[in-house]
Design a protein around this ligand. Sequence first.
Ligand code: OGA
Ligand code: NI
Length: 358
Amino acid sequence: MNKLLDWPEPIVRVQSLSDSGTPLIPERYVKPPLERPSINSTASMDVNIPVIDLVGLYGDDHALRAAILDQISIACREWGFFQVINHGVSPQLMDRAREAWRQFFHSPMEVKQAYANTPKTYEGYGSRLGVEKGAILDWSDYYFLHYLPSTLKDCSKWPTIPADCREVLDEYGKQLVKLCGRLMKILSINLGLGEERLQNAFGGENIGACLRVNFYPKCPQPDLALGLSSHSDPGGITLLLPDNHVPGLQVRKDENWITVKPAPHAFIVNIGDQIQVLSNATYKSVEHRVIVNSSKERVSLAFFYNPKSDIPIEPLKELLAPDRPPLYPAMTFDEYRLFIRMRGPSGKSQVESLKSPR
Ligand code: OGA
Ligand code: NI
């Protein structure tokens, strides 16, 4: 039976719920007490994920370059998350892309509905992740589209509002693929491998790249709901362009949830499950979630850089030793991704469930 043909229940746009002005959120959005935002949210104002300046990466100062590689190595091991500044992507393009999406989400509902998605490919305008009937839902709408492989790129599924949307998105995709390629080399070197090793394990040129734009409307009862439930990203590397006005992303650090404070024109980089598997858990994909608030909506662009979807991904042989056996069996990203597409975001249950018995 193919459960991924259609949604199990009629889709309700969270933006419409929010716009209706209801003071109470429907029960379907109320999280069980232990998952609510107040639990273990850190009170400390001065913790943040590392902010790393990439400006010296390609200059002549070898000591500076080594120091940047080191900072990235530590961030990957200790946080699974960091921000990069002076990353080479045009700040104007970042702002333009974010504003284009803000405009799209503020266009009339009929316009957005024309792009309504189904769980078959998830492309287009959506309001839930996962197809379990009766599931508790997140307080967000989103838009999902593919850049790579080029066989999956279908611009007719991209919005035409605002008028330059497709053009802006195309350039945004190109620049982010490039930045991810650079980061892949750094991660590969930092793992003690040749700089192309990780990219080759991803399938070389034939990688996947897609974008999920998240729209978190104002929520009248933000203490009861989450904009996006705790999850780790299933793919390779994620580059998140957060809202420039409203915080909301929280990253798990031990038992606490740290609220990320974005630096101006930074990208938030995080390690996905496929790099956890390839690195045999030297690098971990870390759980994160999004909180909402009652006074401001929030927009974010999550760009996912993924392995070619039909090749086996397994711990790299060079990283194994008698006392470091492979922790995960081989699996393709197509097989892996089905899990989140069926069950929706659910912490780190998937990559953990893969662990080979020891
Ligand atoms: C995601 C994600 C965080 C955010 O889309 O996978 O974690 O701040 N988004 O929207
Ligand atoms: Ni995520």
